[in-house]
Ligand binder design. Structure first.
Ligand code: GLU
Length: 322
């Protein structure tokens, strides 16, 4: 684990939360959002919001997510950045890579990639490079049946990032998709371009995304963009030990409210899971009830690095002390 000075405060930097508006936030998402806010605010950073709406979008969900964050006391600086309005910035980044011969068209289907990458000697999960060496004629031929995605012609196979809790983490870098074959920017490209645009120098998010960090950091470096401090935090799990999901029931702010659990109680539940210490030395049950109260007792050195198992959320609210 790194000492606090390794991941230092930067008065001009910013942290962020970047939800996908595919539905309501659940307890795991809310906990990650609180972590991101606490890490940013406790290091004097700005905090920014980004709506990652390049994939499946549920009508009205971005606004509901923002309302839920506000209900827990999370505030942010400036207007949220909306990825679907950022096409020109993504195109510009691809153009810069293209000028250096680092972009090629790929016509592979998911199945073709799966079959080719399970061949011996391929790095597991890596794009095997099938379309890397197509001739102009072959490309024209393949374009007749399928629109092309754009991939990075990567000269790097591995990249190491520094994460506050995982330490040095080395992961694979392959010829990642930059632009999907529906013309939209791919997740890795959009994250890197937007983190830079929003002045983000601290990325706090669920540890399911740690394996994406080397690709993103490598891409940022190719685009001449700065490095960020990574803090990947543990996820929330359900009683089966699987990642918490909305189908686990009573896990969103609205569902918990219907079960008589107010936002302040959700904050207490999450604070006790981290765990944060009590607000008062004479009362162990005096847990924070808002993001700003959490900040008073937040200590990145003492948070649990184990996943949070959520059994019965509505019944798990810590009792308020008398
Ligand atoms: N939009 C992604 C998600 O909701 C998060 C991306 C990120 O934090 O880099 O899982």
């Amino acid at each position: 684990m790194l000492s606090p000075s390794d991941v230092s405060a930067s008065p001009s930097g910013a942290g962020r939360y970047a939800p996908s508006p595919s539905g309501d936030l659940h307890l795991g998402n809310l906990r990650t959002a609180l972590y991101a806010w606490l890490f940013a605010r406790s290091t004097g950073r700005a905090f920014r919001l980004r709506i990652e709406d390049l994939d499946r979008v549920r009508e009205g969900s971005a606004q509901r997510q923002m309302d839920d964050l506000e209900a827990l006391g999370i505030d942010w600086d400036g207007e949220p950045l909306i990825q679907s309005a950022r096409t020109v910035a993504y195109e510009d980044a691809v153009a810069r890579l293209r000028e250096r011969g680092m972009v090629y068209e790929c016509f592979c289907t998911r199945r073709e990639i799966q079959e080719a990458s399970s061949a011996p000697h391929g790095a597991p999960g890596a794009y095997p490079g099938t379309c890397r060496t197509l001739t102009a004629d072959e490309r024209t031929e393949r374009a007749r049946s399928r629109p092309a995605a754009l991939r990075l012609r990567s000269e790097t196979r591995e990249w190491t990032v520094l994460d506050r809790y995982a330490g040095q983490y080395t992961g694979m870098v392959d010829d990642m998709v930059l632009v999907r074959n529906d013309g939209r920017a791919a997740y890795n490209l959009a994250v890197v371009v937007d983190d830079h645009f929003q002045g983000i120098d601290q990325v706090v998010r669920g540890d399911d995304l740690l394996s994406s960090a080397p690709r993103q950091s490598c891409l940022a470096s190719l685009l001449g963009l700065g490095r960020v401090d990574y803090v990947h935090v543990p996820l929330a799990l359900n009683r089966e030990g699987k990642r918490l999901a909305k189908r686990d029931g009573a896990v969103t702010v609205a569902e918990l409210r219907d079960n008589g659990v107010a936002p302040a109680e959700i904050v207490r539940m999450i604070a006790s899971s981290m765990p944060l210490r009590s607000l008062r030395t004479d009362d162990a049950g005096a847990l924070p009830e808002s993001a700003s109260q959490m900040l008073e007792v937040f200590d990145p050195e003492t948070i649990s690095l184990d996943p949070w198992t959520v059994l019965d959320p509505a019944a798990e609210v810590p009792r308020v002390s008398d």
